[in-house]
Design a binder for this molecule. Structure first.
Ligand code: HEM
Length: 413
């Protein structure tokens, strides 16, 4: 993952974006971001790493309005699109159109290829598989060294194994797949290494889609094989789509497990509430929504280019300018979530923005929810003495990554 420049000096007197987090409150959004919202303006101009000056939408209401406005484009090649890093800006010209970077009818076509694969009932049917994977990983963790890094023991293997289950990767290929999936999300890698991992995985996924045509299952690659056979999708489009699911669904869920665990261990009263009620599906589901709100893993999203002038709350955002609907700011907007700095697992938080909003809202959100409900309903019940094996102040938080998280979470029991 490409490193970001956080906390650089802004010229022209505009606030910098992203601004640094407060080391004393690593779970909270950066104070500078919350200060933008406290100005009372729902859209504020900022300066980013390359000197460009997009708008940040700071309130829950403005974010929902903008992210559902067809005058905003997800096309990363559109003029004014606010890129997160230089590498991403450079790659923009070479990236093929797909679900995450198209608009309107073209985007709807990509969405249609996936929505039936990700319905809530279908994701619920995966719950026993997710429970089994979680229990097996916890068994292995309990039998292994203590302390252990939770990322290695649970947070990374769980979404990886789940994606295998979801896509329909044969069990005997799990190791190969996990190794390459891990490499996809590795922090330090060259452009050549990324390109090679992408090539190997896409080739592998294309092979599986072909095989599914003869041996179908109830999985996403079978659905894509049917689309290819029906002529809705070409093989050149189907394999990258499988790859996008892998990338989008891996790091986000893994970081959410690690960061959510650290937050709960730092809030013993709330942890106790969760542990005592781990059999109460409704409470656990609500707790997961609050953790998603509070932590907002996609801390640098959602980004768009404006293709036609927009008036919002007395400001005009011009065509060719960028908009960043800063999801952590929306999720900590006191108008939408009173007393937002308080972790309250009984809060009604399901209107949070952690999965985005509008046409690009997360396709995998029902899967992520089931994964997180199983993990947070199981981990503290199975290991009631779980605690941090290093002080919070010594942990390294992923301020420089696209998905917020913690590089290593040493835990003991
Ligand atoms: C905690 C876990 C997750 C979080 C917080 C998350 C968050 C998000 C957000 C904020 C967006 C919208 C981005 C934008 O508007 O620019 C998004 C889009 C997307 N997510 Fe997730 N996601 C998670 C898990 C997953 C999983 C498990 C999958 C699939 C297996 C997935 C697949 C996708 C895809 C394909 C898109 C693009 C949708 C589109 O552009 O139409 N995500 N996600």
């Amino acid at each position: 993952m490409t490193e970001l420049v956080v906390g650089s000096e802004a010229s022209e007197g505009l606030p910098e974006f992203p601004s640094p987090r407060d080391a004393g409150c690593p779970f909270a959004p950066p104070p500078g971001l919350l200060a933008l919202r406290d100005t009372g303006a729902s859209v504020v101009r900022v300066e980013t790493w390359d000197g460009s000056t997009p708008w940040v939408a700071t309130t829950h209401a403005a974010q929902r309005q903008l992210l559902s406005d067809p005058r905003l484009s997800a096309d990363i090649g559109a003029p004014g699109y606010p890129h997160t890093t230089e590498a991403m800006k450079e790659h923009a010209a070479h990236i093929q159109p797909s679900i995450n970077n198209t608009d309107g009818a073209e985007h709807s076509r990509w969405r249609r290829m996936l929505t039936s694969s990700f319905t809530r009932p279908r994701m619920q049917r995966l719950r026993p598989a997710i429970q089994k994977i979680t229990d097996d990983l916890i068994d292995r963790m309990l039998a292994g060294p203590n302390p252990v890094d939770l990322n290695e023991a649970l947070s990374l293997p769980l979404p990886s194994l789940m994606i295998c289950e979801l896509l329909g990767v044969p069990y005997e290929d799990h190791e190969f797949f996990q190794e390459h999936a891990g490499a996809t999300n590795a922090r330090f890698k060259t452009a050549e290494e990324s390109a090679e991992t992408t090539r190997v995985l896409r080739q592998y996924i294309a092979g599986l889609i072909e095989a599914k045509a003869d041996a179908p299952g109830e999985d996403v690659l079978t659905d894509l094989a049917e689309r290819v056979r029906a002529g809705d999708l070409s093989m050149e489009e189907a394999a990258p789509l499988g790859h996008i699911l892998l990338v989008a669904g891996h790091d986000t869920s893994a970081n959410m497990i690690t960061l959510g665990t650290a937050l709960l261990l730092d809030n013993p009263g709330q942890l106790e509430l969760l542990r005592e009620n781990s059999g109460d599906e409704r409470l656990v589901a609500g707790a997961v929504e609050e953790l998603l709100r509070y932590l907002t893993i996609p801390h640098l999203l959602a980004r768009r280019a404006v293709v036609e002038d927009i008036e919002i709350d007395g400001e005009t955002i011009r065509a060719g300018e960028g908009v960043i609907a800063s999801l952590p700011a929306g999720n900590w907007d006191p108008e939408a979530f009173p007393d937002p700095a308080k972790v309250d697992l009984t809060r009604k938080a399901s209107h949070h923005m952690a999965f985005g909003w509008g046409p690009h809202q997360c396709v995998g959100q029902q899967l992520a929810r089931v994964e997180l409900q199983v993990v947070f309903g199981t981990l503290f019940r199975r290991i009631p003495t779980l605690r941090l094996a290093a002080p919070l102040s010594e942990l390294k938080f992923k301020e420089d990554s696209q998905a917020y998280g913690i590089y290593e979470l040493p835990v003991t029991w």
